[in-house]
Design a protein around this ligand. Structure first.
Ligand code: PRX
Length: 656
């Protein structure tokens, strides 16, 4: 690894360095030193610089009740004021905030003034229904101006939003609505993706009918396709009807810095997804700061983050970061392969995108598409507007990095491989494009002020060149505050006592012996990363065994996949004799659909194998490491002497 890294160092070009917000490694080091000298004072300086406070804070960090840290506690602010009004007050009201491109290619531009008006109308609409500070609002919508405005509207009135990705099933949506105790759900009649109309409101209806959602008083429906929909009187309202009567100004609700801006559910190593709670002040600071330094965002940039607002990347780098800086960004409704796999490249060309941020899975699938079809090869498009590329969500393999660098970035654009998590709110380990020499496959160095380190099981530092557990030693402003409704789980998951009070990321990592650069080696818990989406193996197992008619037992593991990074592989014992041939295929398809209904299509296992049993120790513990080897198609080299039923391994190795 170290040899490879040394031979592949990409220094930032003079063009990338010149005028960059953080220009050169000496500037990076000065920031690191400043933070090291006085951690709280460093963050306080930035919080004053990046955020407009209604009431300034007097204390940056309160660690009296660690690990429940508080930042900028006695300050008050409003996130939507910071993202919208203050730019208008500075004379930028007519600047384009959002360039929205619909699935079918229609483009709408929304200025800061217009986005504020839209936000205020929705905010007033919510207020007219009695939604107030501290209430939760679930947003189940696809990429749209109204999706962004709905999030901003919640922030404006102090309601805590919880966006649920439009690909989650009714059951998953129900679970999240129940856990948040939301008073309202904002959705659309349908979503449009890849030329298809897919239901949204119908899934909300189904979720609410599943029960346990009595807290929901209203469902607000944005009209996207005009589909005929049943509306429940007294509960469901069309957004356009509600907002038509509303004023387009709404006084922001000034909230304390620690006020929960949003909850976002993510998978952990146990069955139930966790509601990650983020604050207003600390979160917004890091979203804005990282957008500025990691992407070197300038006033005339056209920024495009291809994530969905249903994930944290869409929160920090669509709804909050770029808008907090008064930037112009592209918001895309569709998918990268429709009408063809040249869509991203065409959009970069059409909108003259300067900063492009996407996931390795998308890059890998577009490489395959380009190799198979010259018409969608990026060389057919003018990508000369680009100056910075980004990668997020999963490790980017050096081959995909090199292709991205050469074919999309024309060899001149730095790639920022940003490591972070739903829980961290923003970038943690990442290059800064005008400073950090790059190494393909490495997320390089911690963002200034982030005390990332690699330790052993007892929290002691391991030397460079030796792998270990990734931790963050000191608290930082945008960190997760708690798991909604479950502070004990928060402590257990992220601050295990043996780690000396360090934040446990859940990933393994290694630092290069020469450069000190970080490389993420993957999750150390039972969490998979499929196409950059986090999935808990236990969650999928629970979904499978909830098919009580068919399934007796299930174990889920990941295996490497060329395109999606990891693929889900399920080993299933049925309540009937082990099926083979066509029957096995049929039942596997049934189970896949079952998981799709229980969680969402993203959780459907790629492989399902049937066995008479699972490999277990004599005490009945499933030996997952053996299943991982089988899933990979590897020969079993591990010790199997503790196995109760070794013959089962051959049976499970047979593919259907
Ligand atoms: O395993 C790491 C991986 O994605 C996990 C976080 O997933 P999620 O909370 O869904 O947030 C994704 C968007 C930030 C991490 O624990 N991960 C994220 N970024 C990278 C990564 N792995 C390697 N390199 C990255 N750049």
């Amino acid at each position: 690894m170290s040899e490879n890294q040394e031979s592949k160092l990409y220094e930032p070009s003079a063009a990338a360095r010149e005028g960059a917000h953080v220009s050169g490694m000496a500037a990076y080091q000065r920031l690191v030193d400043e933070a090291e000298a006085d951690h709280a004072a460093y963050w306080a300086r930035l919080a004053r610089e990046f955020i407009t406070w209604k009431q300034p804070f007097t204390q940056a960090l309160d660690d009296a009740n660690a690990p429940f840290f508080k930042w900028f506690q006695d300050g008050t602010l409003n996130a939507s004021y910071n993202c919208l009004d203050r730019h208008i007050e500075a004379g930028k009201g007519d600047k384009t905030a959002l360039i929205f491109e619909a699935d079918g290619g229609e483009v709408t531009r929304t200025s800061y003034k217009e986005l504020l008006a839209r936000t205020c109308r929705i905010a007033n609409g919510l207020k007219s229904l009695g939604v107030k500070k501290g209430d939760r609002v679930v947003i189940y919508i696809s990429m749209s101006v109204d999706g962004v405005a709905a999030m901003q509207a919640c922030a404006r009135i102090g309601a805590t939003h919880s966006v649920v990705f439009g690909g989650f099933s009714a059951q998953s949506l129900r679970d999240r609505i129940e856990d948040t105790g939301a008073v309202a759900v904002i959705t659309a009649d349908q979503q449009v993706r890849g030329g298809k109309h897919l239901p949204l409101k119908a899934i909300v209806d189904e979720a609410l009918a599943l029960g346990g959602c009595d807290s929901v008083k209203n469902v607000l429906v944005v009209r996207r396709t005009g589909a005929e929909l049943p509306m429940t009187a007294g509960r469901d309202l069309w957004m356009h009807e509600l907002t038509a009567q509303q004023a387009d100004a709404c006084e922001p609700e000034w909230v304390e810095a620690e006020h929960p801006l949003f909850l976002l559910y993510t998978s952990g190593s146990t069955g139930k997804p966790k509601g990650v709670q983020h604050s207003t002040g600390g979160y917004l600071l890091h979203a804005a700061l990282t957008t500025k330094w990691t992407f070197d965002l300038k006033d005339d940039d056209i920024f495009w983050c291809t994530a969905d607002i249903g994930w944290v990347t869409g929160h920090s780098y669509i709804t909050y970061g770029p808008l907090a800086l008064g930037g112009t960004e592209v918001v895309f409704e569709g998918v990268p392969t429709y009408p063809d796999a040249g869509r991203f490249w065409k959009m970069i060309q059409d909108h003259k995108v300067t900063i492009f941020y996407t996931a390795p899975t998308a890059i890998r699938s577009l490489i395959k598409a380009a190799e198979g079809n010259e018409a969608v090869h990026p060389r057919r498009y003018d990508l000369s507007s680009l100056r910075i590329l980004g990668s997020v969500g999963e490790p980017i393999n050096p081959a995909a990095w090199e292709w991205y660098h050469a074919n999309i970035g024309g060899g001149r654009c730095p790639i920022v491989d940003t490591f972070w998590q739903t829980e961290t709110g923003g970038h943690m380990i990442t290059p800064l494009p005008g400073a950090t020499p790059l190494v393909p496959g490495s997320c390089t160095l911690p963002f200034p002020g982030i005390t990332a380190a690699i330790v052993d099981e007892t929290g002691n530092d391991v030397p460079n060149g030796q792998g270990g557990i990734l931790v963050v030693k000191k608290p930082w402003p945008s960190m997760i505050r708690t798991i909604w409704g479950d502070p004990e789980r928060f402590k257990k998951s992220y601050y295990p006592p043996e780690l000396k009070g360090y934040y446990l990321a859940g990933d393994g990592a290694i630092r290069d012996a020469h450069t000190g650069y970080f490389t993420i080696t993957g999750r150390i818990d039972d969490v998979l990363n499929v196409s950059g989406h986090r999935m808990g193996t236990m969650e999928i197992e629970s979904a499978l065994v909830s098919c009580t008619e068919l399934v007796a037992e299930a174990a889920v593991v990941g295996r490497p996949d060329d395109t999606t990074g990891e693929a889900i592989c399920a080993f299933v014992v049925l309540k009937r004799p082990r099926p083979t041939g066509e029957e096995a295929k049929k039942i596997a398809a049934e189970l896949r659909n079952w998981v799709g209904r229980e969680i969402g299509p993203i959780a459907k296992p790629k492989d399902i194998r049937f066995g008479d049993n699972l490999p277990k120790t004599r005490s009945g513990k499933i030996m997952r490491r053996l299943l991982r080897s089988i899933a990979k198609g590897e020969a079993i080299t591990q010790d199997t002497s503790t196995l109760e039923n070794p013959a089962i391994l051959d049976q499970l190795s047979e593919t259907n």
